[in-house]
Write a protein that binds this ligand. Structure first.
Ligand code: URP
Ligand code: ZN
Ligand code: ZN
Length: 469
């Protein structure tokens, strides 16, 4: 029996094991693991390389409407191209509910934007910002049934924030349907109060973005989200956690037996609030929410990756251009940090940073890297055919050169932003070849396919969620 592709002589690592074997791929699936597999249409020699499950980035924003006059820097072509060059084979963007528009219609619009343009697979989460009777009673349960088995809710941002009553309503739908709720945990009123006070005092530079969203803002909302989930008896995933106090809320809940999960991101490992204190508006390049904190918070987040507070490590790729009136330097005389669009690019740099700073510096093992970058995302969000290297799974694979030394710089990257917040960071270990369902998308750093190689993947229920009530 011959194969479409054999990856030969590599060191294969999964979340559980590391072993030397060849990988035989047929019809987009992993068909065999072993030695002397026989003939193939193509063989890739992976000597001295690591053969890992392709990265799954379960938190990215692509082609998302971002407010008046603001344009997100990535469409599905550039966003997934950048993802593929960063060793990812699946990304999970958000379909953001728009006020007054049927949820399914908005979802169809996102699908239309993605169709035929993707280099990696994609799978949408929903965002629920207006939980009407129609949404709660009809649209959301039907979409969950159709394989959109997770949705995000915001506790902050004008036009997006749900109040506690609404949080309980959407959590009840998740309880009934077995969906997973992702929570952006920051206290909206506290941020509004602090922002108004800072502006009145003339404190408007980008660095005050951090001052307007201090740790208690995140800790309190994390605690409240967990308490609300406990009332409904539903699992929750607290996304983009930035600091120890929020982590302690998660850990305490888990020690009481609650199904509370956590995600952190590269910005909380390698950036700090000082980065927002650049000359003129340069600090805007680092404005995201929650904001990067301090060195102690970085250490805490590393601990959380090691000790299981965090199941997933995502980029929260939310790309805007810097030197652009439709981006970070938005016009209309809006000079306050209040108007800087929140979010930074990072889908291409997520894995090299985790590999180099984590595996390379002995903070996490290679198997933990695989779990945090791929396997746990697949289990958390019901991507049952993805996230591992095993016979019968999708042949989603990234081949890494663990010795390649790279200095991250904008010129190297493929996203639509005109900067990277990780400029100048030196890493060792880089994904050189990316294979999506058996198709070689990037081969030794060279693009090999047209857009359209990636497709949308409907999902099962989360392995971490409760079964539908
Ligand atoms: O600043 C951020 N994180 N922007 C992206 C939107 C979100 O809250 O995830
Ligand atoms: Zn968020
Ligand atoms: Zn996000």
């Amino acid at each position: 029996m011959s194969y479409d592709l054999i990856i030969a002589n590599g060191t294969v690592a999964t979340a559980a094991d590391t072993f030397t074997c060849d990988v035989g791929i047929r019809d987009g699936l992993i068909a065999a693991l072993g030695h002397n597999l026989g003939a193939a249409n193509r063989t890739i020699d992976a000597s001295a390389k690591l053969v890992l499950p392709g990265g799954i980035d379960s938190h990215v924003h692509i082609s998302q409407p971002s407010g008046e006059g603001i344009v997100m820097a990535d469409d599905f072509a550039s966003g997934t191209l950048s993802a593929a060059f960063g060793g990812n084979t699946t990304v999970m963007p958000f379909c953001m509910q728009e006020r007054g528009v049927p949820l399914r219609q908005t979802l169809q619009e996102y699908h239309a934007r993605a169709e035929g343009r993707c280099f990696t697979d994609v799978s949408f989460h929903l965002v629920i910002s207006e939980p009407t009777e129609q949404v709660l009673g009809q649209d959301l349960p039907a979409l969950i049934e159709d394989g959109y088995t997770s949705f995000k809710v915001f506790m902050t941002y004008e036009g997006l924030a749900l109040d506690d009553y609404e949080m309980l309503q959407v959590m009840s739908v998740a309880r009934e349907t077995g969906a997973l709720v992702m929570v952006h945990a920051e206290n909206y009123d506290a941020i509004r109060f602090l922002t108004d006070r800072l502006e009145r005092g003339g404190s408007i530079a980008p660095k005050f973005h951090g001052t307007s969203r201090p740790i208690p803002v995140e800790r309190e909302a994390t605690h409240r989200a967990i308490s609300l989930a406990e009332l409904i008896d539903v699992p929750v995933m607290i996304v983009h956690v930035s600091n120890r106090e929020a982590m302690e809320e998660i850990a305490r809940a888990r020690s009481r037996g609650l199904k509370v999960y956590g995600e952190t991101c590269p910005q909380y490992l390698v950036l700090t609030e000082k980065d927002m204190d650049g000359l003129n508006m340069e600090g805007a390049k680092y404005v995201c929410s929650p904001p990067p904190r301090d060195h102690a918070s970085q250490i805490a987040c590393w601990e959380g990756l090691r000790n299981g507070v965090f199941q997933t490590f995502s980029s929260d790729h939310c790309p805007f251009r810097y030197d652009d009136p439709a981006g970070k330097l938005n016009p209309k005389g809006r000079t306050s940090f209040r108007w800087v669009p929140n979010g930074i690019p990072g889908v291409e740099t997520r894995l090299p940073i985790l590999f180099s700073e984590g595996v390379g510096k002995g903070r996490i093992s290679l198997n933990e890297f695989v779990a945090l970058s791929a396997t746990n995302h697949a289990k958390m969000y019901g991507l049952t055919s993805k996230g591992s290297i095993a016979v019968g799974m999708d042949a989603d694979i990234a081949i890494w050169d663990p010795e390649r030394e790279v200095t991250i710089t904008q010129a190297l990257l493929h996203h639509g932003s005109d900067y990277t917040p990780y400029e100048g960071i030196a890493v060792r270990g880089w994904p050189v070849t990316t294979i999506v369902r058996g198709r070689v998308v990037v081969s030794d750093g060279v693009l090999e396919t047209q857009p359209g190689a990636g497709q949308h993947t409907a999902r099962s229920r989360s392995a971490f969620a409760r079964p539908a009530a």
